[in-house]
Design a protein around this ligand. Structure first.
Ligand code: ATP
Length: 614
């Protein structure tokens, strides 16, 4: 799936605790899954409920990767299959499935991480195709290694009944086990969703580069998600092998099975904790009923009925069942721009700081020693030399304006001094909190040392609320969700976003989005801030507000480099200005000196500007 398409789907942000009504409904649904088959006490009904619990759990586990992380895997049956085979092989060695399910989980987690690592470079359908290819590889391996897996003939367990072996004559013990596993899977998915990891996953899914700028180690968090998801699927596979008592490669590593796992989540509500459960509860009975009643009389008709149901969902609930439920239970939030009134949220009233916009301090701390050193940066794209021997320094508490014509190489310099782009030659070093200079070489390491950046084209996590967007930044300093939320709220009020905390980022105006971008970075509590045209496209009032905001950030001790075309801002903010043209630094110095430099007038400002400021 594209990580950057805000309309990409029914994405639900992490961190929102379900409402009380939602919790009661969920508890009722889960209770029904257990009580109904126990009361009815019919083998077929019990089988359907076991299948619902199994698919709900598998789909919930899949959703950690497919929904939260946005990696649309259609190969998840391979982890289920690994769990099934490990369980079966160890069963034949006399080892209880209660133990072998953990061995299968560990193996599946390792396999999942090993094959996902290279595949994370693949986007959208390519990742999906790779996951299908690996599933097929697993099936072929299971067919080939006949001495271990029994090949195409499959494996059957010798009948050893009882809790130790997870094999029973009646259905109810299996129901209890799979129901317990469903609860565990839901609890794990819920915990992941509300945690720092969940925020990082959704942020990575929404805008990978913005997530990286916020210090998220995007590959690592996705690998953790894969490990958790694969392990859970494998444990369910071990259970299912014992329940079926017979396994074979075509069934265990089946693409159709993989698609079903993903589909329940898609229909229920991808990226939500309870969506996959709802999808399975609704669809499994239809599938099983169609198979049982139509499968034998009219070959293929059950598939047709199933297809009709799917088309119905795609047409009428394209974002899944949860999106419809959410529409009814979520209170409307205001969009647009701000007033500075405090609001009350689900988790209590939010109080604005005494003054949302700090006025520039009269006793601003002086400019200190170097905090960032850029030496001899060269970058070529093909035959085009985009930067040539760029040298400059930034000092503590300083605002350095960076100006120059379009295409001069300013954003490329930003990309190199924030770890997004490796220079062909030259170095970028930053003084760490330990007082020593370090040379980070990736965005997460730059963030860790205290550098934050914004993007020229705003990169909001569109499906997240304003609060959650800022929380992604706040998680950089606060590992605990409660503290991160509190820090995000404080930052939001300082940035004039307080009244919009619960608004989805996609509902903001361009001015609001620009402020959100700065707020997310400020929540990281950076020591060096790179601002890339934060005033482009905003109105005069917002420019004035932005200047005040930047001055108050500077007064808070943050060193700033600002790429800006709004000269009013450059002149009133900058302690020094650096001018780039055709990839070279053509001037640097005090703003009033730089704007009189004939080379700068020639290359960028033009004669009219010079006359106006003469
Ligand atoms: N990934 C890339 N591949 C090839 N060329 C690139 C790439 N990124 C930037 N360029 C080129 O490098 C030059 C400098 O681009 P850059 O975005 O750094 O300029 P800029 O000074 O920030 O311009 P603007 O003010 O318009 O944002 C441009 O000619 C641009 O087309």
């Amino acid at each position: 799936m594209s990580n950057s398409d805000p309309s990409a789907g029914p994405q639900t942000p992490p961190g929102k605790a379900p409402s009380r009504r939602g919790q009661i409904a969920l508890a009722g649904l889960l209770a029904a899954l257990l009580v109904v088959p126990l009361v009815i006490d019919n083998a077929f009904v019990s089988h359907i409920f076991i299948t619902i619990c199994l698919f709900a759990a598998l789909s919930t586990a899949w959703n950690i990767v497919g929904g939260f992380a946005g990696q649309m895997s259609l190969g998840h049956a391979m982890f289920y299959g690994i769990g099934a085979y490990v369980g079966m092989i160890m069963f034949q060695m006399g080892i209880t499935p209660w133990l072998s399910m953990f061995v299968g989980a560990a193996l599946a987690a390792v396999v999942g991480m090993v094959i996902s690592y290279p595949c994370f470079r693949l986007k959208g359908p390519f990742y999906t195709l790779a996951s299908i290819a690996f599933l097929e590889v697993m099936r072929v391996l299971a067919l080939q290694f006949t001495s271990v897996t029994g090949g195409a003939t499959g494996m059957m367990i010798d009948l050893r009944l009882g809790w130790t072996w997870m094999v029973f004559r009646e259905r109810w013990p299996s129901l209890l086990i799979v129901f317990g596993m469903l609860l565990v899977t839901l609890a794990v998915a819920g915990a992941v969703r509300r945690s720092r990891l969940g925020f990082h996953l959704v942020a990575t899914r929404e805008r990978e580069s913005a997530a990286r700028a916020a210090g998220v180690r995007t590959v690592r968090v996705r690998l953790i998600a894969v490990a958790i998801s694969s392990a859970l699927c494998a444990m369910l596979g071990t259970f299912h092998a014992m329940y079926l008592t017979f396994i074979e490669p075509a069934a265990m590593f089946s693409l159709v099975f993989s698609i079903q796992i993903a589909m329940f989540a898609l229909i229920g509500g991808i990226g939500t904790v309870t969506g996959p459960l709802l999808g399975a509860v609704l669809l499994v009975p239809i599938t099983e009923w169609a198979r049982a009643s139509l499968g034998s009389s009219a070959l293929g008709l059950h598939g047709f009925v199933y297809g009709l149901v799917l088309i119905g969902f795609v047409l009428f609930m394209p974002n899944g069942i949860m999106s419809v439920i959410k529409r009814f239970i979520t209170p409307k939030t205001p969009a647009g721009d701000t007033t500075d009134e405090p609001v009350t949220t689900e988790t209590g009233p939010i109080t604005a700081p005494a003054k949302a916009y700090a006025t520039p301090s009269p006793d601003r701390a002086g400019i200190g020693q170097d905090i960032l050193r850029v030496e001899g940066l060269n970058k070529n794209f093909g035959g085009l030399a985009v930067t040539r021997d760029v040298n400059f320094t930034l000092r503590e508490g300083e605002v350095l304006g960076m100006i120059g014509p379009n295409g001069a190489g300013k954003t490329t310099v930003f990309n190199m001094i924030s770890g997004f782009l490796a220079p062909d030659s030259g170095t970028v070093s930053m003084r760490g909190p330990d007082g020593q200079f370090h040379q980070p070489n990736n965005p997460a390491d730059f963030a860790a040392i205290g550098l934050g950046r914004t993007f020229q084209i705003v990169q909001p996590f569109a499906a997240m609320s304003v609060e959650e967007n800022i929380m992604v930044g706040a998680f950089h300093r606060h590992h605990d969700e409660k503290n991160a939320r509190e820090a995000a709220r404080q930052t939001a009020w300082k940035m004039g976003l307080g009244p919009l905390l619960q608004t989805e980022a996609r509902g903001l105006t361009i001015g609001g989005l620009k402020r959100l971008e700065v707020a997310r970075v400020m929540a990281m509590e950076p020591r060096v801030l790179l601002l890339d045209e934060v005033m482009a496209g905003i109105n005069q009032t917002d420019v004035r507000r932005a200047i005040d905001l930047m001055l108050s950030i500077r007064d808070g001790g943050v060193s700033i480099i600002a790429i800006e075309h709004v000269m009013q801002a450059v002149m009133s903010l900058s302690d020094r200005v650096i001018v780039l043209a055709s990839g070279e630094v053509i001037a640097q110095g005090r703003p009033q000196d730089v704007v009189r430099d004939p080379q700068v007038i020639e290359a960028y400002l033009g004669k009219e500007f010079a006359h106006a400021h003469a």
